[in-house]
Write a protein that binds this ligand. Structure first.
Ligand SMILES: Nc1ncnc2c1ncn2[C@@H]1O[C@H](COP(=O)(O)OP(=O)(O)OP(=O)(O)O)[C@@H](O)[C@H]1O
Length: 291
């Protein structure tokens, strides 16, 4: 069920169905009970993530000024600085749950997503355990910039394990879903490096979303693209969620999070500030941000 703010009175549209407040609340409770019974897909246990960066002292200096300084002072590097991005967090995600990761800039949302995806070196205490292969969808997913969009569709699908016949079958729908040829025909034939960041992100999303995933990780994918694409991608996420395991969404758009998630985890300065019902957590975060 697409969980969203349930108004105090009137009807509420849930997964395309018009429900009364009571029906919507009942459906939500059922879904939560179901998720609670379901098996864990991601277990995060006392996770710490550290980044090591050079040049801690010069937060206001640009990279060029830093390099010039090093040349003048004949230093190879600035001092090594430790950024403790995730500071010992724990939670369990279960099959059927859709979890929004919210929090202010730099609070650790993308880092947590990358840790779940297994994309960070294991310089951490405790860890992340997943059932199935998590797939990270989003602006950072790697495609080949020198190849055309259409070649990337084929390679991306094969890399996800689709059979060549399935790729043939799904190819057109991926290009259509992405909408990249809509405004400027034949964009899909051009190298990816000529794409705007929005076009590239849409194509990445469309490729990744063609497959059902055990654990689907979405980083700001919803923020890219126009309203039409956002609507299509939200619908697609609902489909994936119905058929898949667990969905994590990192987004600054609280309305998107409310629309597609039933649970939210609020991170602040690398710690979990709140974890629970999406409406309660987003409301508390809003009150805190505006306060
Ligand atoms: N590659 C990196 N090297 C060094 N520090 C990093 C790196 N990536 C993130 N950080 C730092 O880790 C902390 C968490 O960053 P992260 O990108 O996870 O936050 P976020 O909540 O996703 O932020 P935003 O909402 O702005 O996207 C920040 O202090 C950031 O500066």
């Amino acid at each position: 069920m697409a969980e969203q703010l349930i108004p105090a009175d009137g009807k509420v549209l849930v997964d395309g169905e018009e429900l009364t407040r009571e029906e919507a609340l009942e459906r939500r409770a059922k879904r939560r009970a179901e998720a609670a019974r379901n098996s864990p897909t991601v277990v995060v246990e006392n996770l710490h993530v550290h980044y090591r960066v050079y040049g801690g002292s010069g937060a206001t200096r640009g990279a060029a000024t830093g390099a010039l300084n090093r040349m003048i002072h004949r230093r190879k590097h600035d001092a090594l600085r430790d950024v403790h991005a995730i500071k010992g967090i724990s939670f369990v995600a279960r099959r059927g749950e859709s979890i929004g990761l919210i929090g202010s800039n730099g609070s650790g949302k993308s880092t947590l997503l990358r840790a779940i995806a297994g994309l960070l070196p294991a310089e951490k205490v405790g860890g992340v355990y997943t059932d199935g292969q998590p797939s990270l969808l989003g602006v950072n997913a790697a495609l080949m910039n020198d190849l055309s969009g259409e070649r990337n569709v084929v390679l991306g699908c094969l890399a996800m394990g689709l059979h060549p016949n399935e790729v043939k079958e799904k190819y057109q729908s991926i290009i259509e879903f992405s909408g990249i040829d809509e405004k400027s025909p034949n964009t899909s034939l051009r190298p990816m490096k000529t794409y705007s960041s929005g076009q590239a992100a849409r194509l990445r999303f469309s490729i990744a979303a063609v497959k059902l995933h055990d654990v689907l990780l979405i980083d700001e994918a919803l923020a890219t693209g126009d309203a039409g694409f956002q609507r299509r991608s939200e619908e697609r996420i609902r489909d994936l969620r119905r058929n898949a395991g667990t969905v994590f969404v990192v987004s600054h758009s609280l309305s998107s999070v409310r629309d597609i998630c039933d649970r939210a985890i609020w991170l602040e300065a690398g710690l979990i500030r709140m974890d629970g019902d999406v409406d309660e957590v987003t409301a508390a975060y809003e009150a805190w941000s505006n306060g």
